[in-house]
Design a protein around this ligand. Structure first.
Ligand SMILES: Cc1cc2nc3c(=O)[nH]c(=O)nc-3n(C[C@H](O)[C@H](O)[C@H](O)COP(=O)(O)O)c2cc1C
Length: 199
């Protein structure tokens, strides 16, 4: 399959990178440097967040490192098979509390998970622009992942991201090969309602 064959069509004009980013499972052997990765996390840190609390904490490791293997072991089996070939794994965790302006007390931050989504999106789009591919995974054992990261109390696991150079789908097992292409989206008019939800 030609993995460059992106047939996504937007209903309205948008910048190409929104349609061109997608989540492959076939990763090549190319390694990633610390600078490469920090260049992507730089974009993530500029994401907006409620009260500018910046609740995200990124914990990363590279293929070949023991921390990478520990995180791979926390993934669901269906993710483990392909994610082990990624160049790096990034766990996005969030601080679940914040200190309100004028206060010194930690209170729950209801927006921490929402804000992590914004950081993930910045990360994924910057990765795409830099020639890297990303694949987010919610399929992991949260307790095992938290232990692998030595995550302190007061933080929550959000997602594990596999990053690497996209490779040919032929290297994937048969069952995954057919899914190795950009997926479609619902039409915008199925998702956006003027004024109220339709009856
Ligand atoms: C929060 C989150 C969790 C996800 N979890 C998994 C996962 O566990 N395994 C997987 O193969 N893909 C996972 N995905 C990838 C989505 O299935 C994928 O982003 C979606 O189908 C849209 O495809 P695209 O990213 O190629 O545009 C996850 C994506 C997100 C944002």
């Amino acid at each position: 399959m030609d993995v460059n064959n992106n047939t996504r069509v937007a209903d309205h004009p948008i910048a190409d990178f929104f349609k061109d980013r997608w989540s492959p499972r076939a990763f090549g052997t190319e390694t990633m440097s610390g600078d490469d990765l920090l260049g992507l996390l730089e974009a993530a840190r500029w994401a907006p967040s409620g009260l500018n609390a910046q609740p995200w904490r990124f914990v990363y490791s590279f293929r070949g490192e023991p921390q990478f293997d520990a995180l791979i072991a926390a993934l669901w089996e269906g993710n483990r098979g392909w994610a082990q070939h990624a160049a790096a794994l990034i766990a996005i965790t969030t601080k679940t509390t914040l200190v309100l302006p004028g206060s010194e007390t930690e209170v729950p931050n209801p927006g921490h998970a929402f804000d992590a989504g914004a950081a993930w999106s910045h990360f994924a789009l910057q990765a795409h622009l830099n020639g890297w591919s990303t694949h987010a995974m919610g399929g992991f054992d949260p307790a095992k992942a938290a232990a692998a990261l030595k995550m302190p109390e007061g933080y929550a696991m959000q997602v594990v991201i596999a990053v690497g150079r996209r490779a040919d789908a032929d290297q994937l097992p048969e069952a995954l090969r057919g899914r190795e292409s950009p997926s479609p989206r619902r039409p915008v008019l199925d998702l956006a309602f003027h004024g109220t939800f339709p009856l």
